[in-house]
Design a protein around this ligand. Structure first.
Ligand SMILES: [Zn+2]
Length: 134
């Protein structure tokens, strides 16, 4: 089995609802996402998946969908005000924790036909959540 890891970065804002700590306040992160992609055999170029292909299939989606946006729970009280101001908001049916965002990136990578097996979502340089389906 071969495995590659591709790191992508983006900036986002969020907060957690039904939470009593500092993360209940609107704030932002410079996230690092590491996709772990596996294949039992290499392609004709000797690769699992071209690193550029991972960037094109998932990095573009991150840039266009999540980068420099607020990512909020659908029940967040700030949501209506931000939408009324025309701010681009990503609305989730779950709290935008690193764990949930890791799972959503995984799902998106799978939908883009990347044989991803795990996603590390670094919310800060010291805090990482990993999602893998098994
Ligand atoms: Zn945060």
């Amino acid at each position: 089995m071969y495995r590659i890891a591709r790191e992508l970065g983006f900036c986002y804002g969020h907060r957690l609802i039904d939470y009593a700590g500092k993360c209940a306040q609107l704030h932002g992160h410079n996230a690092r996402v590491v996709l772990h992609v596996e294949a039992p055999d290499l392609d004709a170029q000797g690769m699992v998946v071209d690193f550029f292909e991972v960037r094109d299939r998932l990095g573009r989606w991150l840039d266009e969908t999540w980068d420099h946006r607020m990512i909020l729970h659908e029940n967040d009280p700030a949501l209506a005000a931000l939408q009324a101001l025309g701010e681009p908001v990503v609305v989730l049916d779950c709290n935008p924790t690193a764990e949930n965002l890791a799972r959503l990136v995984y799902d998106r990578a799978r939908a883009a036909d990347l044989p991803v097996v795990a996603v590390d979502f670094w919310e800060t340089p010291g805090c990482c959540a990993t999602y893998r389906p098994d």
